[in-house]
Design a binder for this molecule. Structure first.
Ligand SMILES: *[C@@H]1O[C@H](CO)[C@@H](O)[C@H](O)[C@H]1NC(C)=O
Ligand SMILES: *[C@@H]1O[C@H](CO)[C@@H](O)[C@H](O)[C@H]1NC(C)=O
Ligand SMILES: *[C@@H]1O[C@H](CO)[C@@H](O)[C@H](O)[C@H]1NC(C)=O
Ligand SMILES: *[C@@H]1O[C@H](CO)[C@@H](O)[C@H](O)[C@H]1NC(C)=O
Length: 497
């Protein structure tokens, strides 16, 4: 008997089938190939609504699905294992078919492009490669979860779903940007759990050195992952390579490229995705427990949200709530608003820096703050190779207001505003803040102390002088008790003789 494999039995998705299989049937057929599964799509052999495209080792499956409670139908990709309910890619995410359309097909058009046709043979979605007319093109699904359109003559790939991610990054897939070609290969969230059309949030990388990952809410920065230190992003305190073969950032400034990817050890199943609520999650399948485990995810707490405390503010989470402080040397821009928990205005400098006052020999000094998520908009100095040189570079340049020297990165300096600083517990980096030296205060204190001492001396001397005058009157030549400086007094008295 001919029957399809079980669909991903998720609450949110239902794979559209003609034949709804029973659990028993699913179970008994799971080691056999269903005859409705195919391994390639071609001009003459399209994928119909009652079929799925399988990867060679049955890791991934591609087919038609309808999110529960909707009347939209999509072509998507999910894990073949029905317990791993997860759609990882959607072709026509903003161009749905009607769920009632039983005659839709995914085919190769006469121009060689992969096309999704509705029941009336209208193109709903298609790839856009300029290939010469070819009937040899085939589309296959790889075990990595990459849908590949191959040129029939050359056998080379001319289009890949990995280059057109939706909300999920699979292992080996590259997320990033090319500023020269203008390509932005970002993850874009679904609108809701059951609506794959593009939502508010996107996840991508900046082209700066070192690069940083961001979640944007529309065009607003929502979350920042911090600078890349060759093994992780230093603003993600929970990100480590424990479960992974590694995270990779490839950056080629000449080509204008910055890409992030990761590998998984063999037999591991995992993915990184951006949720429709705007969080990035890294999930691994735990076969023993039979569920997905969130290895790390951000934003985790309110302090992870970009710029919670405004410029020069530092955010710490205290029992679940964000608490803002100004960094040393700064005070709230508006005390009133700050007291009311409106922090985004941030802080302003209390004491002007010496450097800015036009003096050449700066008396500014650096104050170390540890365990921080370093601020945004760092300037990387590739030629400065030691902490000491980083400090002296910063000291002699008046526009430099902070520096940090980080393992795996090197010297970074900041000018302008220090934005999005967070206090970590046990993780994080040291930031050295340029502050006005307390020189003036010290002078003031010395002057005050000198005045005090002088007053006491004068007072003491007066008392003693009076004492001397009295002792002279009584005719007895002895030091007067209560004089602060008896010896001096005696000496003075001797002088007067
Ligand atoms: C699948 O659908 C196509 C087109 O709708 C139809 O020609 C074919 O017979 C169907 N196959 C099965 C196994 O139901
Ligand atoms: C297809 O590609 C061409 C050139 O590469 C471009 O001009 C056109 O806008 C693209 N069409 C779509 C629908 O993306
Ligand atoms: C995203 O932006 C929209 C519109 O600016 C806003 O209403 C919403 O609260 C933001 N979401 C988050 C999670 O910040
Ligand atoms: C001083 O630092 C700023 C940025 O902090 C930089 O743009 C500028 O070129 C530096 N000036 C010198 C003389 O190095």
């Amino acid at each position: 008997m001919c029957s399809p494999m079980a669909p991903p039995a998720s609450l949110a998705y239902k794979v559209v089938r003609y034949v709804y299989v029973s659990f028993l049937l699913t179970f008994s057929l799971s080691s056999h190939l269903p005859c409705s599964a195919v391994y390639s799509i071609s001009y003459s052999e399209p994928l119909f609504h009652n079929q799925t495209l399988l990867s060679p080792s049955h890791v991934f499956e591609l087919g038609f699905f309808t999110p529960l409670g909707t009347s939209n139908q999509y072509v998507g990709m999910w894990y073949k294992d029905p317990t791993l309910t997860r759609v990882v890619w959607v072709a026509n995410r903003d161009l749905p078919l009607r769920s009632t359309d039983r005659f839709a097909s995914l085919t190769i058009g006469s121009d060689g492009n992969l096309r999704l046709l509705d029941g009336d043979q209208n193109t709903v979605w298609s790839t856009n490669v300029s290939a010469k007319l070819s009937n040899g093109h085939t589309a296959v699904l790889l075990d990595s979860g990459n849908l590949v359109l191959n040129d029939g003559d050359m056998g080379t790939s001319i289009w890949e779903s990995f280059d057109h991610p939706t909300d999920t990054q699979l292992a080996e897939m590259k997320i990033g940007i090319n500023v020269k070609t203008g390509e932005k290969r970002y993850l874009r969230s679904w609108k809701t759990d059951t609506d794959p059309s593009p939502g508010m949030f996107s996840l991508g990388l900046t082209v700066e050195v070192p690069t940083q990952p961001f979640i944007w809410n529309g065009s607003t920065r929502h979350w920042r992952g911090g600078q890349w230190d060759q093994s992780k992003f230093i603003g993600v305190s929970t990100m480590d390579g424990r479960y992974l073969n590694g995270y990779t950032v490839q950056q080629d400034i000449q080509k204008g490229e910055t890409y992030f990817s990761y590998q998984l050890p063999k037999s591991y199943i995992g993915y990184l995705f951006i949720s429709h609520q705007g969080s990035v999650e890294f999930q691994l399948w735990n076969s023993a427990l039979g569920n997905w485990i969130r290895v790390w995810g951000e934003p985790n707490d309110p302090c992870d949200v970009y710029g919670t405390c405004g410029p020069f503010g530092i955010c710490r989470t205290v029992s679940g709530s964000p608490t803002c402080d100004c960094i040393k040397g700064f005070a709230p821009k508006s005390e009133e608003r700050w007291k009311n928990g409106i922090w985004t205005g941030g802080c302003i400098r209390k004491d002007q820096l010496d450097c800015g006052a036009g003096t050449t020999a700066s008396t500014d000094y650096f104050w170390k703050v540890s365990q921080l998520k370093l601020p945004d908009r760092s300037i990387y100095l590739p030629d400065v190779s030691t902490n000491a040189n980083c400090q002296s570079w910063c000291l002699i340049n008046c526009s430099c207001i902070a520096y940090s020297f980080v393992d795996g990165i090197g010297c970074m300096v900041w000018s302008g505003e220090l934005m999005d600083i967070q206090g970590f517990n046990g993780a994080g980096e040291d930031l050295f803040l340029r502050l006005a030296h307390m020189k003036r205060d010290v002078h003031k204190k010395i002057i005050v102390s000198l005045t005090t001492i002088a007053s006491i001396l004068i007072f003491g001397a007066s008392m003693c002088a009076i004492g001397r005058w009295r002792s002279d009157k009584t005719g007895r030549n002895r030091p007067v008790k209560g004089c602060l400086l008896n010896k001096n007094f005696i000496w003075n008295r001797d002088l007067y003789r």
